[in-house]
Design a protein around this ligand. Structure first.
Ligand code: SF4
Length: 693
C-alpha cells in the first residue's frame, strides 16, 4: 500500500443520522481510503463530522469485513466458524430456491423482507421494497425510529419539514435542543449552535440527564422521561398567563380558539413540576426566555418520542413556536426533520406500482412477536418461514431482544442476511452475503437535518467479493421471476431516472456539483404561506384518527398523556437507553477505536441511589423487569433525577456480562397513534451483584 495521498474526493455519509454529512474522502489508491473529512464548502456540514466517520478507514478496511458469501453448516449464533464459503451464484440460487419452495407451501406472505437504515442511500436501502411488492411478500411498518415522531410533528404542521438549520448561526437568539443529544448524534448542528452562542444566543437543552449536549447549555431542564407533553403544556400556560403569546399570529396561522386557552388555564408550572420533576421556577424561566425571544429555534429530536406517548408529546412541543409566533422570524421556528422537503418521486426505487395494500403489514419493532408466531401479529396469515435482511441488526437493535433471539432460533426459519460484518443477526442466518459500504457503491441521499440532496459514486473497489444491495435485489428478482423495470437497470440509471421523474437535474450534474440545495425560501420554510394541513393552519387540536389507529383515543389538546410504563413499588426506576457517542445503533461496535472510547456497557445511576445500595463506580448492577434482567457496570452519576437510570448504547448483547443486552428490557408495546418503538419507556428494578472492578 502506498502512503501517498493522491486525491480527496466527494462522498456522502450514509449512516442513520440526520446530518447526512457531505464528505471529503482521502483516496490513497483504488482499494484504499485514508482520513475522511467534513466538506468545508457545504454550508451545513461546514467541515465538521463525527470522529467515528473521520476514522472510517478503520471500518471499511476492518479485517473482519465479510468478503465472500457463506452458508451456515454449524450451530446458529456462533459466528464465522459456523459457516463455509460458497460462490455468489450458489448462495443466491439457494436463497431463491428456498423462498420459492416456502412461498408455494405457505403463500407469498410467509416471506418477510426486513430492513432499515444501516445505509440511508435511497437506491441501496429501499430497493428491497421493489422486490417485496413484486413478489407479494409481507410488508413492513417501519416503526423503529421515526414513526411516532413523524406523526406527532405532522399532526400540527402537516408535513415533515421545517426551518433551515443554517439560520441558527447568524439569527437565532435562543436555541432549544429538545430530546436530542446533538453532540453524540448530529455534531454539525453544534457547529451552528456554537456560532449562535458566540453572538450571545442562549442554548436550552431538554433531556432526562446531563448528557454531552446539556453540559454546554445555559439552561438544562432535566425532566422525567415521557413527560415532555406536560412541560410543553405548562410552558404554553405561562406564555398565555404572562401575555407572551402572539395572538395576531395565532389568529392568522393556527386553529387557536378560546377552548384551548381554557384548557391551558390550570396546566400551571406547579402542575407540571409534579409530573416532570422540573422545578416550577425553571419552567417559568424557560417559558419567559422563549416568550421574550421570538427568534427561538426549536430543534426537536427523536429521543423524547420513543415512549408510548411519544407522538402526542412531539405534537405538544411543536405547539410552542405556534404560540410565540416564532415561525415569523429569521432564526425562529422549528425543525424536526426535512425528509419531505426533497421533491423526489421514489416510485421507481420502491416499485410503488406493484404495491398491493391488501398484503399484511408487520410492525418491525415487534419482530420477536412475529417470529414467535404471536397470532395478533400474524393477522390470520401464515407463519414467517423466511427472511431477507439488509441494513439492520434486529438481534441487537429491536425491542425485547430475548424474544427476537427465540424467534431467530427457530429451526424452521430460513434467513438470508446481506451485511458488512458478522453481526449477531448474521450469525443466526443460513446464508450470509457480503455487502459493500457507501464507498464501494452509488447512491442518492436526502437528509433530515439539512436541505442538500447528494449523489455519490464509489470511490474504491469493493472489498473482497462484497456486492451492493441493488445487485442482490436484482439477482434474486431474476431468479424468482419478479418483473419490474427497476430490476433491469443499474443503480446509476435508477438514480438518474428518479431525478428526471422528479424534475431535478441529472445524476451526473448533481454529482459534479456534489449536491443540490433544495432549500425553500423564507416564507415557505417558515410556513408563512400556510402549513400543509387541509386548512393551511397549524393544528393545536389534530385529528389523531387520521394519523393512526393504535389506541387512537388521544387527548384533544396538548397535555400530559399518562400512558407510560411508570415506576411503581416493584419497579421504582425509569430506564432510558440513550445513544452512545461512538456507536450509531449497532454500527461501529465492530471498530476497536469506538469500543475503546466507549469502554463497556455502563449504567449511570444517581449517587444517592448508589449510596443506598452500597455500590460505587465499576461495581456490577442487575437491572430488570418482567421481560428480562441485564448485568452491567455502574457509573455513579448525579445529573439526572434520582429514579432515572441511563444506559448509553447500543452495545452488542455479547458485550454484557451475561450476554443479554439492554434492549431485552424494552417492551414491544407500540407507541399510541401510529406505533413506534418505546425504547425510553421502561420501568425497572435494580439489584446489587457485588463489587467487581
Ligand atoms: S455526523 Fe452523522 S452524517 Fe456526519 S459523518 Fe457522523 S454519522 Fe455521518
Amino acid at each position: 500500500m502506498s502512503n501517498e495521498v493522491i486525491e480527496r474526493l466527494h462522498s456522502t455519509c450514509p449512516h442513520d443520522c440526520p446530518s447526512a454529512c457531505a464528505l471529503e474522502v482521502e483516496r490513497i489508491d483504488s482499494k484504499t481510503i485514508g482520513r475522511v473529512y467534513g466538506a468545508r464548502d457545504n454550508e451545513y456540514t461546514s467541515g465538521t463530522l463525527c470522529a467515528k466517520v473521520g476514522n472510517y478507514a478503520e471500518r471499511v478496511h476492518h479485517p473482519k469485513r465479510l468478503k465472500n458469501p457463506m452458508r451456515r453448516v454449524g450451530p446458529k449464533g456462533v459466528g464465522v466458524d459456523s459457516f463455509e464459503p460458497v460462490s455468489w451464484s450458489e448462495a443466491l440460487d439457494e436463497v431463491a430456491a428456498k423462498f420459492s419452495e416456502l412461498a408455494s407451501e405457505y403463500g407469498s406472505e410467509t416471506i418477510w423482507p426486513h430492513y432499515y437504515a444501516g445505509t440511508m442511500g435511497l437506491v441501496q436501502r429501499d430497493g428491497i421494497e421493489r422486490l417485496r411488492h413484486a413478489m407479494r411478500y409481507s410488508r413492513q411498518h417501519s416503526t423503529i425510529c421515526s414513526a411516532a415522531s413523524d406523526a406527532g410533528w405532522k399532526a400540527g404542521t402537516g408535513v415533515k419539514r421545517g426551518v433551515d438549520a443554517r439560520e441558527i448561526g447568524d439569527h437565532s437568539d435562543v436555541v432549544v435542543l429538545w430530546g436530542t443529544n446533538a453532540v453524540h448524534t448530529q455534531v454539525n448542528l453544534m457547529h451552528h449552535v456554537s456560532q449562535a452562542k458566540k453572538r450571545g444566543a442562549k442554548l436550552v437543552v431538554v433531556d432526562p440527564y446531563q448528557n454531552a449536549t446539556a453540559k454546554k447549555a445555559d439552561l438544562h431542564l432535566m425532566l422525567q422521561p415521557g413527560t415532555d407533553g406536560a412541560l410543553a403544556t405548562a410552558m404554553m400556560h405561562v406564555l398565555f398567563a404572562e401575555n407572551l403569546a402572539d395572538r395576531a399570529y395565532l389568529n392568522e396561522y393556527t386553529d387557536f380558539g378560546s377552548e384551548l386557552e381554557t384548557h391551558l388555564s390550570n396546566r400551571t408550572a406547579i402542575w407540571a413540576e409534579e409530573i416532570t420533576g422540573v422545578p416550577s421556577e425553571q419552567i417559568v424561566e424557560f417559558a419567559r426566555l422563549v416568550g421574550n425571544n421570538p427568534k427561538t429555534f426549536f430543534r426537536l429530536g427523536y429521543g423524547f418520542t420513543r415512549t408510548r406517548n411519544g407522538a402526542f408529546n412531539m405534537h405538544a412541543v411543536s405547539c410552542i413556536p405556534a404560540v410565540t409566533g416564532a415561525w415569523k422570524y429569521l432564526g425562529g421556528g422549528a425543525l424536526y426533520s426535512n425528509a419531505e422537503l426533497f421533491p423526489l418521486d421514489k416510485s421507481l426505487i420502491i416499485g410503488a406500482d406493484l404495491l398491493d395494500r391488501g398484503i399484511r403489514v408487520f410492525d418491525q419493532s415487534r419482530i420477536g412477536e412475529v417470529l414467535c408466531g404471536n397470532p395478533i401479529d400474524l393477522q390470520g396469515g401464515p407463519p414467517v418461514t423466511a427472511m431477507l435482511i439488509q441494513n439492520t441488526n434486529p438481534m441487537m437493535v429491536s425491542p425485547s431482544s430475548l424474544k427476537v433471539r427465540e424467534g431467530f432460533e427457530r429451526d424452521d426459519l430460513f434467513v438470508c442476511v446481506h451485511e458488512q460484518f458478522m453481526t449477531e443477526t448474521a450469525a443466526m442466518a443460513d446464508i450470509v452475503l457480503p455487502a459493500t459500504t457507501f464507498l464501494e457503491h452509488e447512491d442518492i441521499y436526502i437528509a433530515g437535518g439539512h436541505t442538500f440532496l447528494q449523489v455519490a459514486k464509489p470511490l474504491i473497489e469493493p472489498i473482497g467479493e462484497a456486492k451492493p444491495n441493488h445487485f442482490v435485489i436484482c439477482e434474486l428478482a431474476r431468479r424468482l421471476g419478479a418483473q419490474h423495470p427497476g430490476f433491469d437497470m443499474t443503480a446509476w440509471e435508477i438514480i438518474d431516472q428518479t431525478l428526471e421523474r422528479s424534475g431535478l437535474p441529472s445524476a451526473e450534474k448533481i454529482h459534479s456539483n456534489h449536491w443540490l440545495d433544495c432549500a425553500k425560501d423564507f416564507e415557505e420554510s417558515h410556513f408563512l404561506n400556510g402549513f400543509e394541513t387541509i386548512d393551511k393552519k397549524f393544528h393545536f387540536s389534530p385529528d389523531w384518527s387520521q394519523l393512526g389507529k393504535i389506541n387512537a383515543h388521544l387527548p384533544k389538546f396538548p397535555d400530559h398523556y399518562s400512558v407510560t410504563d411508570d415506576r411503581n413499588e416493584e419497579r421504582p426506576f425509569r430506564l432510558v437507553t440513550a445513544p452512545a457517542r461512538q456507536f450509531l445503533n449497532s454500527s461501529f461496535t465492530e471498530t476497536p477505536a469506538a469500543r475503546k472510547r466507549e469502554k463497556r456497557p455502563t449504567a449511570k445511576i444517581h449517587s444517592i441511589v448508589c449510596e443506598r445500595l452500597g455500590i460505587g463506580d465499576g461495581d456490577l448492577i442487575r437491572i430488570g423487569n418482567g421481560l428480562a434482567s441485564v448485568v452491567l457496570h455502574v457509573e455513579v452519576f448525579s445529573e439526572l433525577q434520582e429514579d432515572v437510570v441511563i444506559v448509553e448504547s447500543i452495545w452488542p448483547n455479547s458485550s454484557f456480562i451475561e450476554g443479554v443486552g439492554i434492549n431485552s428490557l424494552v417492551s414491544t408495546d407500540p407507541g399510541h397513534g401510529v406505533g413506534g418503538a418505546v425504547f425510553h419507556d421502561t420501568s425497572v428494578w435494580l439489584k446489587t451483584v457485588g463489587a467487581n472492578n
